[in-house]
Design a protein around this ligand. Structure first.
Ligand code: ADP
Ligand code: MG
Length: 324
């Protein structure tokens, strides 16, 4: 309790206590209680967001509430899991009622969309930091892991890639977006759409999956490392928004698109005989799904340019502890 805010309990009651329909016991006791269904594995994941590292200080708190939950829902999506329960550990420099109201609106609006209940958390004073833990269920043995990609599999990606990173690159002075493009791209950064339904639909179809948070090439690299394979990506086939298409020809633009991250799209691998079923998902879920390359023997991810030659991209994705 040493770090507690003065009105910690009022704050929790007012901003973070909502009925938890799908839990045995929600906010208020020493621990929450949940009932995991028979034949299901409990999928658990946690993600922290720190000011300066994960978001700009001027981000609107409603966007922050959305994003803190969205990045965690995205992890459930990447496992093919159905999210049910979330925990929120909040460290706040001060109690700002308007800030908290906006933050919790962003959080609960998204939670409501996915029927996720906030069942507990922790609230302390300190530099702004947000940690969400998400829990969900996946049929035992059916989770989409990073380790199942096989040589010859297709590599797929959902939605389009790069807008969030282009907004970051603009903010960091690496390239210049028009004002209209920046406003559109920055919403992809602040309000990513977790592909929860797609993740579940890919169970039994995808051989490996990951959500694109650190950068397309880096995240695909994680699949390759854990699967003991390599990958070849055809740069021209990476799905782009109109904004992405306007910047892909520059090195800074291409670097942001393939190495920037924060897209929260799913990158997955699947055998060629699943192509038709995967295309059907595009119509069923109304999410574009695009083949961007092939899994091969060997290791590492190569990006092939329009001339058929490998492109050298500086930037291996976001790594909190790598040197400059
Ligand atoms: P303890 O002293 O046992 O850690 P707390 O006083 O931290 O308990 O929390 C009281 C209750 O409020 C607990 O059920 C906890 O899970 C919940 N809680 C605390 N902070 C949050 C938060 N930010 N969001 C949701 N629930 C919270
Ligand atoms: Mg506590």
């Amino acid at each position: 309790m040493a770090n507690s805010l003065p009105s910690e309990f009022d704050l929790i009651a007012k901003h973070f206590t909502r009925p938890a329909a799908n839990a045995v016991l929600g906010v208020g006791d020493d621990a929450a209680l949940v009932d995991v269904s028979n034949g299901m594995d409990l999928a658990v994941s946690t993600d922290t967001m720190v000011q300066g590292t994960h978001f700009f200080p001027d981000v609107h708190p409603e966007n922050l509430g959305h994003k803190a939950l969205a990045v965690n829902l995205s992890d459930m999506a990447a496992m093919g899991a159905m999210p049910y329960w979330a925990m929120l550990a909040l460290t706040l420099p001060a109690v700002d009622d308007a800030w908290l109201a906006a933050f919790s609106k962003g959080f609960f609006d998204l939670a409501g969309e996915f029927n996720v209940s906030l069942i507990g958390g922790d609230t302390t004073r300190g530099p702004l930091s947000l940690t969400v833990t998400i829990m969900g269920e996946v049929p035992a043995g059916a989770a989409l892991r990073r380790s199942g990609a096989k040589a010859g599999n297709d590599i797929w990606v959902s939605g389009n890639i790069g807008d969030a990173a282009l907004a970051v690159a603009h903010r960091n002075g690496k390239l210049v977006l028009t004002e209209a493009d920046y406003h559109e791209a920055v919403m992809r950064l602040y309000e990513p759409t977790p592909r929860v339904g797609l993740g579940q639909a890919l169970r039994g179809m995808a051989t490996a999956a990951i959500d694109v948070s650190d950068g397309l090439l880096a995240d695909l690299g994680h699949i390759c490392r854990l699967s003991g394979v390599g990958a070849t990506v055809d740069a021209a086939s990476i799905p782009l928004s109109a904004i992405g298409a306007r910047h892909v020809a520059s090195l800074e633009g291409l670097t942001a698109i393939v190495a920037g991250g924060d897209d929260y799209e799913l990158c997955f691998t699947a055998p060629a005989n699943a192509r038709e079923s995967i295309q059907d998902l595009t119509d069923m879920l109304n999410i574009p799904l695009t083949r961007i390359g092939q899994v091969r023997r060997g290791k590492g991810v190569s990006l092939i340019g329009p001339d058929g030659k490998p492109l050298k991209i500086d930037g291996r994705g976001y790594d909190h502890f790598s040197g400059p």
